[in-house]
Design a protein around this ligand. Structure first.
Ligand SMILES: [Zn+2]
Length: 282
């Protein structure tokens, strides 16, 4: 079964003839108090934390396969081990995971990026064609290597059946991708949410948010999309529960319900047992 206290396995599911696979690059974990400063400490029950008391968040890309067409959404963190961003990382397996799935980067027609933070662009240079929101691109001059990318606006179709939803907040041009799969849909919401706790508290941001005041409106729009019947959501950073559906109860409470997926392989990387991040509170 899935849980929120582990790194993600390489998981796959098929909806309406479209196959979705989390191409895991590696492991990340961050202290809840520093990464989620607005979430009350009492919310972090033991079932949400790993054995170090950290919040596990894998990094990677979502492979979307429709017939012979392949779209990859985001490109992981790239090779990195040790302390980073106040937490721990061990990453660099994305191309190996892709190989396990039988593909090399040349088989990917397009890399579509949700945003340009390091844990989403690590392997971007390995892919030939890129798409990113114009607003994200303009705000991130250090990503000159992506020159020539297709620049997206809200509502653009980035590939057949795949629509960009641009909602500034986590980053200047943060983009979710809504994939139509037969009569079903999948929403890859990027880093609009880092944890299911945020589904009921739209103002509970994350440390890396660019403009926290814009985050709640972005999330509201995405939750409305996720509540459309037949929609599955994909989360990069929800522990070992990357696929789920959201539901709203009569009292308005939103729940994250893991959606069945097939494990293709276990997590390609784990954090070392001995290391601890600096600044970890006792
Ligand atoms: Zn991220």
């Amino acid at each position: 079964m899935t849980n929120l206290q582990s790194q993600s396995s390489v998981r796959s599911l098929t909806l309406g003839g479209v196959r979705f696979t989390y191409v895991v690059d590696g492991a990340m974990a961050f202290p809840p108090a520093s990464f989620f400063p607005s979430i009350p400490p009492g919310e972090w029950t033991p079932d949400l934390l790993d054995e170090r008391g950290l919040v596990p968040m894998s990094a990677g890309g979502l492979l979307v396969e429709t017939g012979e067409r392949r779209l990859l959404i985001d490109a992981g963190l790239g090779p990195m081990q040790g302390e980073a961003g106040g937490g721990l990382v061990n990453s660099g397996s994305l191309l190996d995971t892709l190989a396990v799935l039988g593909h090399d980067p040349s088989a990917v027609d397009l890399l579509a990026l949700t945003h340009l933070h390091p844990d989403h662009v690590g392997w971007a240079g390995a892919f030939g064609r890129h798409a990113v929101a114009a607003a994200e691109w303009k705000a991130t001059p250090e990503m000159a290597s992506l020159a020539g990318a297709d620049l997206l606006e809200d509502g653009d179709e980035v590939a057949p059946g795949v629509r960009a939803i641009v909602t500034p907040g986590h980053s200047p041009g943060h983009t979710s991708y809504l994939v139509t799969a037969g009569t079903e849909r999948l929403l890859c919401f990027g880093d609009a949410f880092h944890h299911p706790l945020q589904l009921n508290h739209l103002a509970w941001g994350a440390g890396p948010d660019w403009h926290g005041d814009s985050v709640p409106a972005a999330r509201r729009r995405l939750i409305d999309e996720m509540l459309v019947p037949g929609t599955v959501a994909f989360a990069f950073h929800f522990g070992d529960q990357p696929f789920g559906r959201v539901a709203r109860a009569a009292d308005g409470t939103i729940t994250w319900n893991p959606f069945p997926s097939t494990v293709i392989a276990g997590p390609p990387r784990l954090l070392s047992q001995s290391s601890e991040p600096t600044g970890r509170s006792a």
